[in-house]
Design a protein around this ligand. Structure first.
Ligand code: CTP
Ligand code: CA
Length: 228
């Protein structure tokens, strides 16, 4: 059987993608993080490469091997991810924020291990920078795509993030559904943009990534030709 060749819809495009969780350190031996596996971001990076793009992947700590042909920048914390992204995003065409960035970090990382005591322990958290929003609010932003992980009112919250963060597109997944999304092989995505939406259904993350990247390439090309 002949496999139909993939059209290089993203030839000559530079894409920056964030993936995985971030880790926020509490003390020298502890951190707070989340269940993101990085699979969706890595699948997107591979799909973009397959479509002919130059790809930079800014990755939090994951158990995935760096895909061949892709520049990987490893980071740990949200602050580090923010710094790395702002450095590489300036001249890129498309930015996709797929990382599960920690919204908060411990107010201070103690220099010594926190010792157990007989009383309760209270930690105070401060807000991390919003990488996706900062990219979209640049003077000359790339075509910016976000993800929205929601457990309720998926369409409402996703469309709200699209507007508030000034995104070109947002891919929403309902993380309350068992076996989908975080730390799973499969995902189900609903994609929204300012005057449209598309349900990409439930699929393998690599299949879904190729469908989403194709849609991103089409919407990006449309935006470019409407600006000219
Ligand atoms: N994101 C980011 N930097 C952050 C937080 C989120 O770049 N500090 C990005 C994520 O990569 C994702 C999008 O913003 O593309 C939405 O993340 P999500 O956690 O769903 O939304 P938040 O804006 O953080 O709001 P909330 O967690 O309250 O739903
Ligand atoms: Ca969040």
């Amino acid at each position: 059987l002949m496999q139909s060749p993939i059209e290089p819809l993203l030839a000559n495009r530079h894409i920056v993608i964030t993936a995985g969780p971030t880790r926020e350190e509490i003390d020298p031996v502890r951190f707070i993080s989340n269940h993101s596996s990085g699979k969706m971001g890595y699948a997107l990076a591979k799909a973009a490469l397959a479509l002919g793009a130059k790809v930079t992947l800014v990755s939090g700590p994951v158990n995935l091997s760096p895909p061949a042909g892709i520049e990987v920048i490893d980071v740990v914390s949200a602050e580090q991810m923010h710094q790395a992204v702002m450095k590489v995003v300036a001249n890129c065409d498309i930015f996709i924020g797929c990382a599960a960035v920690a919204d908060y970090k411990p107010q201070q990382k103690t220099q010594q291990k926190i010792k157990k005591s007989n009383s309760e322990l209270t930690l105070t958290f401060t807000k991390n920078p919003d990488i996706l929003s900062d990219v979209a609010h640049l003077a000359q932003p790339p075509f910016t795509v976000g993800f929205a992980a929601e457990t309720q009112d998926v369409a409402h919250y996703a469309q709200d993030k699209l507007k508030r963060k000034k995104l070109d597109m947002i891919a929403a997944n309902d993380v309350s559904q068992a076996g989908l999304g975080f730390n799973s092989e499969k995902n189900a995505l609903n994609v929204y943009w300012n005057n449209g939406e598309k349900n990409l259904g439930v699929a393998d993350k690599s299949q879904l990534a190729l469908t989403l990247m194709t849609l991103v390439a089409q919407r990006h090309t449309e935006k470019m030709s409407s600006i000219k």
